[in-house]
Design a protein around this ligand. Sequence first.
Ligand code: ADP
Length: 431
Amino acid sequence: MFRRLSLRLTMLSVVLLVVLYTITSVAVYTTIRSFVMRSVDFGLREAAYRVMNTAVLTGIPSFGSTGSPQIYFLLVENGSFSTIPDASLAAHVKARLDTVKNDQEFLNYTFAGEHYRIFYVQLPTSGGGSPYLATLLDDSQTVHVLSELQSVIILVGAFGMLGAALVGFILSDRMLQPIRRAWQRQLEFVADASHELRTPLAVIQSNLGIVMEHTDQSVEENLEWLNNAHGEARRLAKLVQDLLTLARSDSERMPIDRKPLDLRDLLLHIQDLYETIADMKGIHLTVRANEPLVILGDRDRLHQLLVILLDNAVKFTDEGGEIELAATRSRNHVTLSVRDTGLGIAKEHLHRVFDRFFTVDPSRSREQSSKGTGLGLSIARWVAEAHGGRIGIWSDGLGKGTTVRVELPLNPKRTTALTMGDPQEPSSNGR
Ligand code: ADP
């Protein structure tokens, strides 16, 4: 598909180039040709009138008065006078001119491989016949140069077009590469998403199937199957929500609404949300943010990002573990970090955890109460990058805990100038 597209693009640009080149070449060639021919014609006409003037003044046309040794003349009155050195050429020219119509002034004549330009003027008749005077110039050289110019234009055009087609094809192919990659990614995304959606649907279907087979039993007796179906339905809803977020971020339909935002405020709010969950799991949660940290950011999206990181930290940290949520300021950015003392990530998996649908070890997640979708960190990365920041993950290996750091640019000039708005409620997109 993309090869055909780049071929079409190349063809289109080459056709455009051919049209432009042809128009330019024809314009340049005709301008040069008409300029050269005009100066030749001017010389011939002048020579003819000079000869005629001498004839009027002296009664005898002067052979030497053409003004140019290359211009010959032929006068046919009662007899014929000619300065053409080649008698056979003179005879042929005369024979040709005898057939010329009166209104013709300039004509081209080829004889023995040479090209001649002739100016022809009718003389007033004193007796019978139709006397005329003609001046003649061997312009083979000019015609040759013009035809060479024509060949050069055609040759340069042909090779130029060939080169343009080749370079155009290579360039268009290269320019389509990012689109090709994005297209490929979208195809993979759709395939992965369909696969991920199928699993919870199949679980819901099978569990509800069991309930349907036991319609004689009470809801309580079927509670296990109903619970399974309910759990998977919730997972499905979250998966759809995550997919929607990523799809919208891909198509840039998810605007980032930047407003002055105190990150310490946000961190304390997140602490409130997760304190009970952490307590229930026997995890010690601390927040370190000593000063107000005002940045221009989208509160809902940054809330979503922190929820993703804390969800993971809680999910992969066992009882007795610790989680620290911190915000620190450096010269031109703020760093948010979520550090846990949990399961950690093996070195070989670290570079892939931000890939969509990537889960380090599915069995590891399955042991936990909530299975992940593998989309959380992809969304977190999008939020960080949409704020002009970046995200990184560190772990010293399995069992050695994990740290995720998010660097967000600080715009001190603007943030200090702006006054803080009302703190907003976290969005329903938050996890
Ligand atoms: P999920 O929705 O499955 O949590 P994520 O994109 O958030 O997907 O994370 C991808 C994978 O990275 C997870 O499956 C998990 O194995 C690993 N991971 C992320 N955070 C942590 C963490 N704090 N500790 C250990 N592993 C983690």
